[in-house]
Design a protein around this ligand. Structure first.
Ligand SMILES: [Zn+2]
Length: 253
């Protein structure tokens, strides 16, 4: 089990640090999250929308960026790639159909970083080519703009069925898998969840806990797949049609 180190005490530079083999750090860039995976002297970055926060964090930690993982091609997830690649010479893996990735990956493939396997999951729906990165050894999944804490991304590919199917596959990951989504819309998402599902005590509890954390200025903490299954209204739909209706309500909310 991951053991939070310094969680809530405000100590250290990292919003999220675990005493596992790999350390996962969340960097904020606007309302985006950029994640750093760090092990030994090596680091990987997920969806670096900007180069500077990544370069500064790695320089402070004395680590070398070896790999960039992209969940999709939107600029707020890829804006820092060219500069990081030019400055640090790392390899870039992401879905096909876009420029920044030099290695196109698709669902079913496995990447290696710091001796750990990273499974590529195909999760289209937000765009036509989104992928998620599942790191079973670290009980972590990086879900880009497909699955957010208590919410999901907008369906921009035009096919709610694809998004629904992708969300269901993410929801089938092991209960304890920590969810690292691409944006921090958690408060708004939980307020919507409480509005849609007022009888759900787990939603109310989660919303209350988040407000307390925010009032105390505490750092980001990932949710788990089990928590998402209990409280994320998009994972609680019965079918693709119900999902499409709910997504349309959230778009207009
Ligand atoms: Zn996006």
């Amino acid at each position: 089990m991951p053991v939070p180190r310094g969680a809530g005490s405000g100590e250290g530079r990292c919003p999220v640090c675990y005493t596992m083999r790999m350390e996962i750090t969340a960097l904020r860039y606007g309302d985006n999250f950029i994640y750093l995976l760090q092990a030994g002297r090596s680091a990987a970055a997920v969806d670096p929308g900007a180069a500077r926060p990544v370069a500064e964090a790695l320089s402070a930690a004395g680590r070398r960026l070896e790999l960039i993982l992209l969940t999709h091609q939107h600029a707020d997830h890829t804006g820092g790639v060219a500069e990081l690649k030019r400055a640090l010479g790392c390899r870039v893996a992401g879905p096909p159909g876009g420029r920044p990735a030099d290695t196109a990956v698709q669902g079913g493939e496995t990447l290696a970083f710091a001796g750990v396997s990273i499974e590529v999951l195909s999760v289209p729906g937000h765009t036509a080519n989104d992928v998620a990165f599942h790191v079973p050894a670290e009980s972590a999944v990086f879900t880009g703009d497909t699955l957010f804490a208590a919410g999901c991304g907008r369906v921009l590919s035009g096919r709610a069925e694809l998004m629904w199917d992708s969300l269901r596959r993410l929801a089938a990951l092991p209960d304890g898998t920590r969810v690292f989504g691409g944006h921090d819309y958690t408060l708004e998402n939980l307020e919507f969840a409480a509005f849609i599902d007022p009888a759900n005590a787990a939603v109310r509890e989660r919303l209350g806990a988040l407000r307390r954390r925010a009032a105390e200025g505490r750092a980001f903490e990932p949710s788990t797949i089990a928590e998402e299954r209990r409280t994320n209204p998009f994972l609680r739909c019965r079918d693709a049609a119900e999902f499409a209706r709910l997504r349309a309500r959230k778009d207009a909310w």
